[in-house]
Design a protein around this ligand. Structure first.
Ligand SMILES: O=C(CO)[C@H](O)[C@H](O)COP(=O)(O)O
Length: 223
């Protein structure tokens, strides 16, 4: 199976986690896009969705799914999203699609985080994928110096020759070369740097369930 077929398989499997007559949280990225396409097929079963990015909101709307403002929602039973890396205990690196801040916010309001990913995302230690950190633009150089002091190699994410600007008007620094032995501790330390909006480590609040696409079918892990 191709990587896209594995992503489609987990997107289909995730429909089982969508409760009827509720509002759910929806993530960002290619796997989340496949999930949105599946959700479109059962759209009358849910009340609507809270999106973790403008791109996700547009795709949900294109399927006729109501997109709600998180400020009008008290609780989401489930948040369904992809990951760039996930460990066997549910800690993740996210933000490859630059949506980490809204992803973390929407996930924080959800009862259950269901991670959907192809099996290549399962790792024994986080860090081979450069860790995304969303920063306030005026602080990007100062934050980069502090991130370098943590042992990584910071690089400002670019798009079309310019710094990428997120949905929040901020920038992304990707921190390469880390071997993350204690994800919760590193999450706290990076969160503590002035000028950091969000770090793409999802360890303090990791996944509750992971659906991983493999050649032998969808592997389910609960944490
Ligand atoms: O965190 C994310 C976006 O900010 C995505 O979940 C992550 O990058 C995985 O993307 P894909 O499903 O395309 O592999």
């Amino acid at each position: 199976m191709t990587q896209d077929e594995l992503k489609q398989a987990v997107a289909r499997a995730a429909i089982e986690y969508v409760p009827a007559n509720e509002i759910i949280g929806v993530g960002t990225g290619s796997t989340a896009n496949y999930f949105i396409d599946e959700l479109g097929k059962i759209k009358d079963r849910i009340k609507g969705a809270v999106a973790s990015s403008e791109a996700t909101a547009a795709r949900l709307r294109s399927h006729g799914i109501a997109v709600l403002d998180l400020n009008d929602v008290d609780f989401l039973p489930v948040y369904i999203d992809g990951a760039d890396e996930i460990t066997a205990d549910g800690a993740m690196i996210k933000g490859g699609g630059a949506a980490l801040t809204r992803e973390k916010i929407v996930a924080s309001v959800a009862g259950r985080f269901v991670c959907i990913a192809d099996g290549s995302k399962l790792v024994t230690q986080l860090g081979a994928f450069p860790l995304p950190v969303e920063v306030i633009p005026m602080a990007q150089a100062a934050v980069a110096r502090q991130l370098k002091a943590l042992g990584g190699e910071p690089r400002l994410r670019m798009k079309d020759g310019q710094p990428l600007i997120t949905d929040n008007g901020c920038m992304i620094i990707d921190l390469a070369g880390l071997h993350i032995a204690d994800p919760r501790d590193l999450e706290a330390r990076i969160n503590n740097i002035v000028g950091v909006v969000t770090v793409g480590l999802f360890a303090q609040r990791g996944a509750d369930v992971a659906l991983l696409g493999t050649g032998d079918g969808v592997q389910k892990m609960s944490f």
